[in-house]
Design a protein around this ligand. Structure first.
Ligand code: OOB
Length: 548
């Protein structure tokens, strides 16, 4: 059932789609009116005994997954979680992520996605920006103890809204996820949850200040995954290997985990991103599709040459989240014997895929075309006027799975969207007559380190807290391995000071910042070059490095 309220801008907290667009998206069948928790129920009936999820030696059929999620729902309800509660989830690629995610959705609680690499600064921000009541973590992952992080985020009186910490594994003083499982719990339905409701909050790569939260509804997120599944021709025989973090939109829903489950396929979770692990799982589970970021590609080439793995089941290697160099793209198919698919997407919505039957030249030199016929694309110059095909301009977009505004961010929304609802991506692209996009640069103040997004102003804010630093600018410089690496230009208070990369990493680490955001190089300058309006001239800083 579709209620009238769904057609209104949804709540004060985030602007939804205008009524006439919402109606069109439903009429065209993009929004199917089924919640994600309800879909798991449908899949359990349709695909019952097929394998849904594989995590190491543990396997769940669709029917088992559905029952296990209900068992967890019962425990989460007993704990006091309610519809509308926000819950920060920071789990790595383990089956518990899938269990927790669907259990929260069935209750109508909102998973807020954190990445495994996030630390105190990011988690405090996520908890406070969403006013989360619970935080769900593993005990340890990659030699880091998340229980200590859970203690740390509350140490300074921060995160007062947080009532529960739930741990997958050894819980210590916290609530154990295993203890929340209520065997043989009844199937849980909550008719009050509608497909047009907020389902999850994703973290934006960001442009300025603290990263924003991205509202995604059940309807739009399911379509996000379904359109991807179509672009990849997924079916019940598809086996998707999750290598990048499962909380990342690319891995979860492009088409990823969700797109695979939609068609009755099997999801295999990789415990680490190493090519050795990936190759072992591909051969063992007969994986048909997986997704990686550009820095992993040369590692795949090297490991392939070294170990001659059996990749015969693999049909599609998706590469995205940062620009894949054309010459590397051209080497994928001849080297690995697998079809390349470039993916250019964003947590905000719009996804572009090269199609499986595209000419090779388009697959190796473009980042794909929009997944939905109703993705609207504008490429504009600085004044907002459209540029002709082939010319670079900023990409603006609007469509059935692209947000119309961030969560609780009216001021930012006023600048991040046009008056008619187009999202300003901050990406510079060239559009070809075929509709394929080539990413040529960026107008947002962000560094893309091989797919990991770093908001310059966020890191600069922390650098300026250092007693020896009087001015700081973080810029991305071209890097062989990462595509771009974050470089800090610093003006010291005392000209004799010199801070090393290690010292800065330690300083930023103490301030609770994720390690991947730390500068990989430090360049001291006497004064910052300024633009005519008095802002730090980052282009001049980049140019100065080529003159060195
Ligand atoms: C993906 O999502 P986010 O939200 O982490 O980052 C989005 C930004 C884009 O605006 C663009 O600047 C960059 O990442 N990007 C690419 C790219 N894919 C993403 N830049 C160049 N080439 C590409 N292929 O990164 C994301 C989400 C879903 C699917 C794939 C990637």
């Amino acid at each position: 059932m579709v209620s009238d309220t769904m057609e209104e801008p949804m709540t004060q907290e985030w602007p939804g789609w205008p009524a006439q667009d919402a109606r069109r998206y439903r009429d065209k069948g993009y929004w199917e009116g089924r919640t994600l928790g309800g879909r798991l129920r449908d899949w359990a009936a349709l695909y019952a005994e097929r394998t849904a999820v594989v995590d190491g030696d543990r396997r769940w059929t669709y029917a088992e997954l559905d029952r296990h999620v209900d068992a967890l729902v019962a425990g989460l309800l007993r704990l006091g979680l309610e519809r509308g509660d926000r819950v920060v989830v920071q789990l790595p690629n383990v089956a518990e992520f899938v269990h927790v995610w669907f259990a929260l959705l069935r209750i109508g609680a909102i998973p807020v996605h954190a990445l495994p690499g996030h630390r105190r600064a990011e988690i405090v921000h996520l908890v406070e920006a969403s006013e989360a009541v619970a935080y769900i973590v593993p005990d340890r992952y990659q030699r880091f103890d998340y229980r200590a992080l859970a203690a740390d985020i509350r140490a300074d009186g921060d995160c007062a809204c947080l009532a529960h910490v739930i741990v997958a594994g050894e819980a210590g003083p916290y609530t154990s996820l295993t203890d929340l499982v209520v065997p043989d719990a009844p199937a849980h339905e909550d008719p009050a949850i509608e497909a047009g409701d907020l389902a999850i909050l994703l973290l934006s790569g960001g442009t300025t200040g603290a990263p924003k939260l991205i509202p995604r509804t059940h309807d739009d997120y399911a379509y996000n995954a379904r359109a991807g599944a179509e672009a990849c021709a997924l079916d019940a025989d598809s086996v998707y290997l999750a290598i990048l973090p499962i909380a990342f939109n690319f891995t979860l829903a492009c088409p990823g985990v969700l797109g695979t489950l939609l068609v009755g396929g099997t999801v295999v979770l990789a415990p680490s991103p190493s090519p050795v692990t990936a190759f072992t799982l591909i051969a063992r589970e007969r994986v048909t599709i997986t997704a990686i970021n550009p820095p992993l590609v040369p590692h795949w080439f090297d490991e392939y040459a070294a170990s001659a793995p059996d990749l015969s089941s693999l049909r599609i290697l998706q590469v995205g989240s940062a620009r894949l160099a054309d010459d590397v793209a051209r080497r994928v198919e001849p080297t690995l014997g697998v079809r390349l698919q470039q993916v250019f997407g964003m947590a905000e919505g719009l996804l572009n895929y090269t199609r499986l039957d595209d000419p090779r030249a388009l697959i190796t030199t473009t980042q794909g075309r929009p997944s939905s016929p109703d993705d609207e694309i504008r490429v504009v110059d600085e004044s907002g006027a459209p540029v002709p095909d082939g010319q670079p301009g900023e990409l603006l977009t609007r469509g059935p799975y692209t947000l119309r505004g961030y969560y609780r961010a009216p001021e930012h929304n006023a600048v991040a969207f046009t008056a008619d609802g187009f999202y300003r991506t901050g990406d510079l692209v060239r559009r070809l007559p075929s509709g394929h996009l080539i990413v040529v640069g960026r107008v947002k103040d962000q560094i893309n380190r091989g797919g990991e997004k770093i908001v310059a102003t966020e890191v600069e804010g922390h650098l300026l807290a250092h007693p020896d630093i009087s001015a700081a600018a973080l810029v991305g410089l071209a890097d062989e391995q990462w595509g771009e690496r974050p470089v800090a230009f610093l003006v010291y208070r005392d000209a004799d000071t010199s801070l090393t990369v290690r010292a800065l990493a330690a300083f930023l680490g103490e301030r609770g910042l994720a390690a991947y955001k730390a500068p990989q190089e430090v360049i001291a300058v006497r004064a910052m070059p300024l633009t005519p309006v008095g802002k730090i001239d980052k282009k001049a800083l980049v140019a100065s490095t080529t003159r060195r």
